[in-house]
Design a protein around this ligand. Structure first.
Ligand SMILES: [Zn+2]
Length: 251
């Protein structure tokens, strides 16, 4: 039996929950929007799945050629963020979705440019901006150019302060993304259990010579300490965003 389960897990038909270790039929997990039906663990999902869950059918129109690639791997549209104009329950917005499956959602020059395009695009169109963040931080392989994206995106935000901006912190949002544009939104939401922070706990423990609590950098702790506006379950994300968006763009 164990052998059959192992084969089913390997070929993707079954998925083991990393939180409660229950084995779930992948198709069922997908129907459940990639939330564990046993323990409510929110699985990390790709930008493609996120857009499918969130937007009205066929209502995500990718922004054209905003993302300039700097390496030669994969098809031209591949980057750690997808950007477009979207509609959520009929409410229009500009939407950016980071993708942790692409190089850990890291922010290099191309992602920095995409964030700029999102903010400026939303300003030009007079629409609110929603960004789903999922990132390990700055793309260190790009050296100083990667680090500069923090400055660049923060500066862009100061130039587009009139754009209503909502960021959704998904698991994980750390490093230079949490420390730059993601923290400058008007409304900051997180998914339950998302890890949000700057440096990792091991680095902090070694530097501060202290032991950190087990829920350190968990969304619930950030919420309790006033760093977030709300924690929203994935099953309610579409409804919540739609009702927030109606403040900014009455249908
Ligand atoms: Zn579970």
């Amino acid at each position: 039996m164990t052998e059959i389960l192992d084969i089913a897990k390997r070929d993707g038909r079954w998925t083991e929950c990393p939180s409660c270790s229950e084995t779930i039929i992948t198709a069922r997990l997908q129907e459940h929007l990639w939330v564990c039906p046993h323990c409510d663990h929110h699985f990390r999902i790709s930008a493609k799945d996120r857009i499918a869950i969130l937007c009205d059918e066929g209502a995500f129109v990718e922004m054209d050629a905003a993302v300039h690639r700097i390496d030669e791997q994969g098809p031209p549209s591949d980057e750690a963020i997808r950007c477009g104009r979207a509609s959520i329950k009929g409410r229009q917005c500009v939407l950016g979705v980071m993708d942790f499956t692409f190089k850990g959602g890291s922010m290099g020059v191309a992602v920095g440019q995409a964030v700029l395009d999102l903010m400026q695009g939303a300003q030009r169109k007079g629409l609110p901006l929603v960004v789903f963040c999922s990132s390990g931080g700055v793309r260190v392989q790009e050296g100083i150019w990667g680090l500069l994206q923090m400055l660049r995106t923060v500066h862009a935000r100061t130039q587009t302060e009139d754009v209503p901006m909502i960021t959704v912190f998904t698991d994980p949002t750390t490093g230079g993304v949490s420390a730059s544009f993601a923290g400058l939104a008007d409304i900051m939401i997180a998914e339950p259990g998302a890890k949000i922070g700057f440096a990792g706990p091991r680095v902090i423990e070694a530097t501060m010579k202290c032991t950190l609590p087990p829920d350190f950098q968990d969304a619930s702790r950030l919420m309790a300490n006033g760093f977030l506006d709300m924690i929203v379950h994935r099953h309610r994300m579409r409804d919540t965003l739609a009702s927030l968006l109606q403040w900014f763009c009455p249908a």
